[in-house]
Ligand binder design. Sequence first.
Ligand code: TMP
Ligand code: ASP
Length: 255
Amino acid sequence: MSRRRRVYEGKAKVLYEGPEPGTLIQHFKDDATAFDGTKHELIDGKGVLNNRISEFIFTRLNEIGVPTHFIRSLNMREQLIREVEIVPIEVIVRNVAAGSISKRLGIEEGTPLPRSIIEFCYKNDALGDPMVSEEHITAFGWASPQEIDDMMALALRINDFLTGLFLGIGIKVVDFKIEFGRLFEGEMMRIVLADEISPDSCRLWDINTNEKLDKDRFRRDMGGLVDAYQEVARRLGILFENDTGKPTGPTLVKS
Ligand code: TMP
Ligand code: ASP
């Protein structure tokens, strides 16, 4: 049994105290939930795949100067991260209509949007993560105007990066959800990307077939979730399936 102190347990991840002050260990569970936790299942292997995919993306983002909480990978299910104060806002970036925007505005799923659209939701399961405006965010003090600007600028950079990365491996980034945290360094505070980026938090469609390679397979009872996540990891070149035991990196796919 682990003697580590559990700091926080969410629906799909656990945070443990890290080895040094200001660090935490982020552990990916196999739990899949949807509709604010009302639908729940254990899916063997999901946590390992999400950890691997998210660590790959956060590493690349760190390399291109997008600040994140990610420090390094620890094992199949765990990564070392910086402790941040989570901003209670989910930032959603959409390139193609799907899910709630399709329902809300009556746009057929799969319709490309005129430009990338950013939405904010207040992180509160009991309320069903309601969509809120910048007015609500600043009036209730969830984030300052400067922090909103920082989050939007980072969200668009992340969108450009993800869109390009996945385009190269034959996958369309329909939309994704990200979360940010406040990183305190002495007197300084800055906004950094936190949480995860994985098929749990993105809509990823095969470019040629529109096959769903994301958590909609669970939300919509389609089955084949692990196979789909594995396909994403395989195309990213981060499944250990070659003789050398080393990941190969993304392989360019021509569409
Ligand atoms: P939506 O269409 O249901 O609003 O979802 C938009 C994107 O955000 C989609 O990629 C799924 C992701 N998402 C989460 O990661 N967590 C959530 O709680 C919700 C509602 C959406
Ligand atoms: N993350 C949310 C939940 O677990 C919903 C979702 O991703 O659809 O309930």
